[in-house]
Design a protein. Structure first.
Lengths: 326, 283
């Protein structure tokens, strides 16, 4: 896709979002979609790590929950205006994740996933136990000021504006990532992912780019955490729990991580499926477990891969298979 | 106070040994990190509960590992064997899907409330240990852990099948070329690993209560153990399991606020020092 085309798709996507917000029906439908869009941002962050780095994180809820808590605590202590808190949180998230990444991405393969799980669980336990600061297992309210970036918060939290804010964030995140991955950064990280040793031979430092991808994915997930804190006005240890990381990973895999929009599709499918299941939602774990296994066994590139094969015909299939299995 | 804490550390370490030896065996042969291992442990504990309620604890102690072994063989035959050419991460995700299914199954059959299994009558006394009375049942748990560690070590080192297992863990292709039926071997080893998860479940039931969260508590600690010990290394896992039990026990006495975080800090520290674990050489 050329750069003008990318911008054009972003504008079209924004227009579609505006149409959905305007004519999308009841507040209930919109708030469901809003949730789906927030998790789409989350899943894109997790998918980015898998796509550009080949690493599976079982602990990205760490960044989702931490950003919400960070803002909640800053606002509670009235350390700075909310706008500054959001920006500072995201930057700090990126820096901390980069430093963590320098250590963590050196851990090979599946052990990396287990390490992320342990670090995430550490944050979960800390948040559940520090009653004084985080409200412990009960969670804490995020006291948003009356205006945010010049817009009244009471207006922002209305279903259609909230949806539009989240949708626009999603579109901007995807546009920025798409542009970034076309650049030299994208090529370097792909080279490192495909064969770290060869990348080193041609003179690429491999550790920093991998840590940078980790940091970038953490920032995207952190942004989703901010949106969630804005949407619900509430953070609890549930936002840090490993099952949330697992769900996000499921969205990534079911949606398909080979393309940028796959995880977002996975998130939307997840929420729609959960809503349609309704009465059977008590058994969502088993249903999604079966769905996850089915997708991995029969369509490792996820729904996005299956759609691409449908659109491009059989020609795309061998290419998809060849690029599989790094 | 200190004695009882150290003792409880040993008990938990022993339980982790039984759990982690299963994880390490399966990883060794199939290169699969079984995320469902904790759920299989939970399934074992609940099955043990049902059997113990209908007959007695000793029947459960024999029957549950047998049932779980069968389940493990099926899991290998219709799961891991069919997926062995896939990249390891997709197999990990399949086991994650399995985890969700088993958790749902357990919650549907046994409900979400806490259940408990009484210790068998023969072991519900207490024994004097260095002047501190300790429950005999917990002493038996330590014995089970030690027995599993010793039994597996001897089996792998001195039996012919053990030799095959070690060979196939190092290089499955060459081992198969030498005439070892690695598929049957893997089925057996995954069966054994799953049976050990079931055994850990039954054994833990009388001293930890049964609840839907029991699987995630143990699986996360088990992951810490196998990652710290080095993936696939049994002796590394044994040492790390005992170490984790001790760290938690001593942490509860000396650093009560940070006790739950200590295992993770230990893990991060060791991985910074040696990214493949202290006994691990493979990547």
């Amino acid at each position: 896709m050329t750069i003008p085309k990318l911008f054009l798709s972003a504008v079209v996507a924004l227009a579609v979002g505006a149409a959905v917000a305007a004519f999308g029906g009841s507040g209930k439908v919109l708030s469901l979609l809003t949730q789906a869009v927030i998790y789409a941002v989350f899943a894109i962050g997790v998918g980015l790590l898998l796509r550009q780095n080949g690493m599976v994180s079982f602990g990205h809820a760490l960044f989702f929950g931490t950003s919400g808590y960070a803002i909640g605590i800053i606002l509670q202590m009235q350390l700075m205006p909310a706008e500054a808190a959001i920006i500072l949180t995201l930057i700090a998230m990126g820096l901390i994740a980069f430093l963590m990444g320098l250590v963590m991405v050196r851990v090979p393969g599946v052990a990396f996933g287990m390490l992320t799980l342990a670090v995430g669980q550490m944050a979960f336990l800390t948040a559940s136990r520090s009653r004084g600061v985080t409200g412990g297992a009960d969670g804490m309210n995020v006291d948003w000021p009356s205006t945010l970036f010049g817009a009244p918060v009471s207006e922002l939290v209305k279903p259609h504006t909230m949806f539009m804010v989240c949708w626009a964030t999603l579109v901007v995140v995807m546009l920025v990532l798409a542009l970034l991955l076309r650049s030299r950064f994208g090529s370097i990280t792909e080279a490192v992912r495909d064969n770290e040793e060869r990348a080193r031979f041609i003179g690429i430092r491999t550790l920093a780019p991998r840590a940078a991808v980790y940091a970038l994915s953490a920032m995207v997930v952190g942004l989703a955490g901010v949106l969630s804190a804005l949407n619900t006005g509430f953070v609890s240890p549930e936002n840090l729990h490993w099952s949330l990381s697992g769900v996000s990973l499921m969205m990534v895999v079911v949606g398909g991580y080979k393309v940028l929009w796959g995880p977002a599709l996975g998130a939307v499918v997840y929420f729609l499926a959960k809503d349609i299941l309704g009465d059977y939602a008590n058994h969502w774990m088993a249903i999604f477990g079966v769905a996850l296994i089915t997708v991995i066994v029969f369509s490792p590139t996820g729904i996005a891969g299956a759609l691409q094969r449908l659109v491009h015909g059989k020609k795309a299939a061998p290419a998809a298979r060849a690029s599989h299995g790094h | 106070m200190l004695t009882i804490n150290l003792f409880n550390g040993l008990v938990y370490g022993a339980l982790l040994i039984v759990m982690c030896s299963g994880l390490a065996l399966i990883y060794g042969l199939r290169r699969v990190v079984n995320f469902a291992h904790g759920s299989l442990y939970m399934l074992g504990a609940y099955l043990g509960y049902s059997i113990a309620m209908r007959s007695n604890f000793w029947v459960a102690l024999v029957a549950v590992p047998a049932i779980m072994a069968l389940l493990g063989v099926l899991l290998d035959r219709y799961g891991f064997r069919l997926l062995q050419d896939r990249d390891p991460l997709s197999v990990v995700l399949v086991t994650f899907g399995l985890l969700l299914i088993i958790e749902d199954f357990v919650q549907t059959v046994w409900g979400k409330s806490n259940l408990s299994v009484p210790a068998p009558a023969a072991l519900s006394t207490s024994i004097d240990l260095f002047g501190t009375p300790v429950p005999a049942y917990r002493l038996a748990v330590i014995a089970v852990g030690a027995g599993v560690a010793l039994g597996l070590t001897l089996w792998l080192r001195y039996s012919k099948v053990g030799l095959f297992v070690r060979a196939a863990s190092t290089d499955p292709t060459t081992t198969a070329m030498q005439g070892v039926n690695t598929d049957a071997l893997s089925a057996g080893v995954v069966g054994l690993g799953t049976a050990l998860a079931g055994l850990a479940g039954v054994v833990s039931a009388p001293f930890l209560s049964l609840s839907p969260s029991m699987s995630s508590d143990v699986i996360i600690d088990s992951f810490v153990v196998v990652v710290v010990g080095g993936l696939g290394s049994l002796s590394g896992a044994f040492i790390a399991a005992m170490g984790l039990g001790m760290v938690q026990a001593l942490g509860a006495v000396y650093l009560p606020n940070a006790a739950v975080l200590l295992p993770f800090m230990l893990m991060v520290g060791i991985l910074i020092w040696k990214p493949s674990g202290f006994a691990g050489s493979r990547t």
